[in-house]
Design a protein around this ligand. Structure first.
Ligand code: NI
Length: 247
């Protein structure tokens, strides 16, 4: 059994029919999926989807890109049976919202996670120098650095703080030797599998719309580079996800 710990199949612009997507997920052994919010509206939809489908769980939060449009409703949505706050963080690669707005939104939503005793799904891009001091200002945070593509140094900082690292299709197709090495040395006990569907479709399905069924390709890749069975990767990462998100 596999869990897709990060997808956006609930978004209004996700173009594949949900029933087909869930059917293919089940056929690939993907029995649980976390629909991750990126805005207030998207978080509301994630909650609704999770209430309509047993295999879907919701995370609510406002992505750093969208923080300028507000995040006040996340406090209330956090009380609707959700499994995490996310995706929240800092993105200085695009800086679609000003840095000071991103930082205020991150701190506020971390506090919401603490208040509701749930883990956090972090999105951090080109912003770790600002991120770590903010993270370290809080105590007892649990969570995952989703779609991690950064350095070994920041991976090690994550592990030393008890964070998981979320790996997706990027790990199957990156040509960056440092990234490949970093992915290959993530301890399985600290790894979560995700698709980030509809984005980042793994090899060999590049060029198609991503969907949770393809998390099996991410698992297959990590089994292959470690020389172990896919069942072992599936078992350990599923245990990790089940424990972190209390699924
Ligand atoms: Ni995402």
């Amino acid at each position: 059994m596999l869990i897709d710990t990060h997808c956006h199949i609930h978004e209004s612009d996700y173009s594949l029919p949900l029933d087909d997507v869930l059917q293919r997920a089940h056929s690939s052994g993907v029995n649980k999926m976390i629909c991750v919010g990126t805005s207030e509206e998207s978080s509301q939809r994630a909650v609704e989807f999770s209430q309509q489908h047993d295999e879907l769980y919701a995370a609510v939060g406002v992505h750093p890109h969208d923080t300028e449009d507000g995040y006040a409703s996340i406090c209330e949505l956090a009380q609707q049976g959700i499994v995490a706050i996310g995706e929240i963080g800092l993105d200085y690669f695009y800086t679609h919202s000003p840095r000071e707005v991103q930082i205020a939104a991150l701190e506020s939503q971390i506090q919401t996670a603490i208040d509701n005793n749930v883990p956090i799904i972090f999105h951090v891009r080109e912003a770790f120098d600002d991120f770590w001091p903010i993270f370290d200002n809080f105590r007892g945070l649990r969570g995952v650095l989703h779609s991690f593509t950064d350095t070994q140094e920041n991976a090690d900082k994550a592990f030393s703080r008890g964070l998981f690292i979320g790996v997706n299709g990027i790990s199957t197709f990156t040509k960056d030797a440092d990234q490949q090495k970093m992915y290959a040395t993530i301890p399985l006990e600290k790894m979560l599998l995700e698709t980030d569907a509809p984005f980042l479709t793994p090899a060999p399905y590049r060029g198609t719309i991503n969907e949770p069924a393809y998390v099996s390709e991410v698992a297959k890749h990590h089994a292959s580079i470690r020389g172990i069975s896919m069942d072992e990767v599936a078992a350990i990462t599923t245990t990790n996800a089940t424990a972190l998100f209390n699924l």
